[in-house]
Write a protein that binds this ligand. Structure first.
Ligand code: CP
Length: 309
């Protein structure tokens, strides 16, 4: 696909070939992302960062990616200091911001907000997470991390662990992994299991997902443990959150049961799903994964803005 001017709202909008195109370019971006070599490929371009929900990695890695490409970023004030606090709608905000920038990166608590913004913007909109919906650039960097590690994605056995109901990163990841031929297992308490719609979609793509609540059943056989935070902020009832907080905790005792080359991934932030003692082991990949957001987002920005190295 020719990415120039395209919105990136859902991973479902991208074919396997499209994803490979982004990941191949991301490989080339690594020395730029590390600051080893420099480019002005997006000199004069402006990225608008609109974050209506907290973020560390997505926000900062988009800023870094744009800066490493020689472009600039425009940061919105805290929502309480924006005219949204006076009742301005998201669509009106987008109509303003599109005239101030060349690409809009949007994180918003409402599912569907990025699609709405894309409808009203003539400039490309990149979804940086819409409520419990999609987070396509996280999926891209997750695929990139697995592909770099195992030199393939096909046949890699991936266990998605934790809050599979509200954790938006795992919905799109489960589908994308299946599209690339990985084997997925969903490990979650019954009330936080993968939504039926995602399970059906994985099956439609040819996957045979295994569903379990017992991590010990799968720890010996998987190549990737993709751990997620229980999304406290999305629970309607705080008492329900308390019942399951801390149900899965990855520590060195558990990892003694794992394959030697198993990697532990996490979109971060973590709370207490992964013990700090794991950070120093050969299994930990979550900080590398977070860095990979930079080359992947650089590749995407270069493609949607039609820049050339
Ligand atoms: N993984 C991720 O989306 O992290 P942030 O919420 O910090 O952006």
């Amino acid at each position: 696909m020719n990415f120039k001017g395209k919105d990136i709202v859902s991973i479902r909008d991208l074919s396997r070939e499209d994803i490979d195109q982004v990941l191949d370019l991301a490989e080339r971006m690594i020395p730029y992302a590390k600051g080893e070599i420099f480019t002005k490929a997006l000199d004069g371009r402006i990225l608008a960062n609109l974050f209506f929900e907290p973020s560390t990695r997505t926000h900062m890695s988009f800023s870094t990616a744009m800066s490493r490409l020689g472009g600039r970023t425009m940061e919105m004030a805290h929502p309480s200091m924006m005219s949204v606090a006076k009742g301005e709608t998201l669509t009106d905000t987008i109509r303003m911001v599109e005239s101030y920038s060349d690409v809009i990166v949007l994180r918003h608590p409402h599912e569907g907000s990025a699609r709405l913004a894309a409808h009203f913007s003539s400039k490309p909109v990149i979804n940086a997470g819409d409520g419990a919906g999609q987070h396509p650039t996280q999926t891209l960097l997750d695929l990139f991390t697995i592909r770099r590690e195992f030199k393939r994605i096909e046949d890699v056995k991936v266990a998605l662990v934790g809050d599979l109901k509200y954790g938006r990163t795992v919905h799109s990841l489960a589908e994308a992994l299946t599209m690339f031929g990985a084997e997925v297992t969903f490990v979650a308490p019954a009330n936080l299991q993968m939504p039926r719609e995602t399970v059906r979609q994985v099956e439609k793509l040819g996957g045979k997902p295994k569903l379990t609540s017992k991590l010990e059943e799968v720890i010996k056989e998987v190549d990737v443990l993709y751990v997620t935070r229980i999304q406290k902020e999305r629970f309607p009832d705080p008492a329900e959150y308390q019942k399951i907080a801390g149900v899965y905790r990855i520590d060195n005792d558990l990892l003694r049961e794992a394959k030697r080359d198993l990697i532990v991934m996490h979109p971060l932030p973590r709370v207490d799903e992964i013990a700090p003692e794991v950070d120093g082991t050969e299994h930990a990949r979550y900080f590398v994964q977070a860095f990979n957001g930079v080359p992947v987002r650089m590749a995407l920005l270069l493609l949607v803005l039609g820049g050339e190295l």
